[in-house]
Design a protein around this ligand. Sequence first.
Ligand SMILES: NC(=O)c1ccc[n+]([C@@H]2O[C@H](COP(=O)([O-])OP(=O)(O)OC[C@H]3O[C@@H](n4cnc5c(N)ncnc54)[C@H](O)[C@@H]3O)[C@@H](O)[C@H]2O)c1
Ligand SMILES: O=P(O)(O)OC[C@H](O)CO
Length: 337
Amino acid sequence: MKIVVIGAGAWGTALAISAAAHGEDRSVVLWARDAAQAQAMQAERANSRYLQGVRFPAALAVVHGDVMGHVHAADLVVLGTPMAALREWLGRLKDCAVPVAWLCKGFEAVPPGAPAGAYGLMAHEICQQVAPGLRSGVLSGPSFAAEVARQQPTALVAASQHAQVTEQLVTAFHGGALRVYANSDIVGVEVGGAVKNVLAIATGLCDGLQLGLNARAALVTRGLAEMTRLGVALGARTETFMGLSGLGDLVLTATGDLSRNRKVGLLLAQGRTLEQAVASLGHVAEGVYSARTVLARARLLQVEMPIAETVVDLLDGRITAAQAVEHLMGRDPKPES
Ligand SMILES: NC(=O)c1ccc[n+]([C@@H]2O[C@H](COP(=O)([O-])OP(=O)(O)OC[C@H]3O[C@@H](n4cnc5c(N)ncnc54)[C@H](O)[C@@H]3O)[C@@H](O)[C@H]2O)c1
Ligand SMILES: O=P(O)(O)OC[C@H](O)CO
């Protein structure tokens, strides 16, 4: 099996390492956008910018430059870029006969200056728009890149409307320290992966303000209710949110200190500006870019998402961290649903 991974950040690299480390009959090509980074990775046999101390297996080759020759010879193409680059790449791959899966977790950001009511799309919706003939899907679930690169046990979920794509993802990545489950509910899997990032900003803020473990459990639980309400309104199945891409990824990202989204909340609680917090990460924190779209889509569907709304108000500078807490605690009593 030949797997091509496009995007050599933390997650693309970790999965490329993992796929190359198990199975004898495979080759993995990792495409890096940056020539200098590609050269450094080729020389060091490691990605020291994003995953220090992890050596590349022999079956992993790093390439740069024209990727289409590799793409057409592949059995599976994996897009490891952030959400912001997905539209561009799906456009480039639109006539590709090979199955394509993305790893990004988010909703497309609302472009600056967009008219009121404008909203971004989920990854599979972008694909339907720009590459409707592509056999495509998503690989998601609770997974910190550093742990996967070190071959620590991890469970993922592959989702697609095409069974052949989920089968290719399972063949490519299931084995060794990775378990890959299949799910046909791509809407649920993508909503879970996007909304947990927004909620992790909220729990980071909560922990940074030292509000306590009770408060964090309340945020995670009520956050799961928000995520599920939005997902079901968008056409997802409720049970998907009890799975790896719902509860699983929410618990990991909201409580695990390896999370970049959680770190944004922690830094905001320390009084850093959003620009300072984002600049200090050195990685993408998708919740920062997805939050407004999550809220815009919820509003269009008349879905109540008070935690996401509070995160958006905070990110946009309309409220302070202290006011965010007052906002959530000052809400009227409600039935638990
Ligand atoms: N890091 C994780 O633990 C993890 C786990 C699961 C999912 N994800 C998701 O995977 C996606 C990527 O995350 P990451 O952690 O690898 O990000 P990262 O910040 O570590 O790296 C992003 C990479 O994407 C590359 N890139 C940016 N724009 C590009 C473009 N137009 N074409 C090609 N490459 C481009 C950058 O050069 C960089 O190498 C995000 O959506 C994230 O939510 C990350
Ligand atoms: O570091 P984060 O917050 O982008 O989270 C990484 C993964 O999505 C966790 O599953």
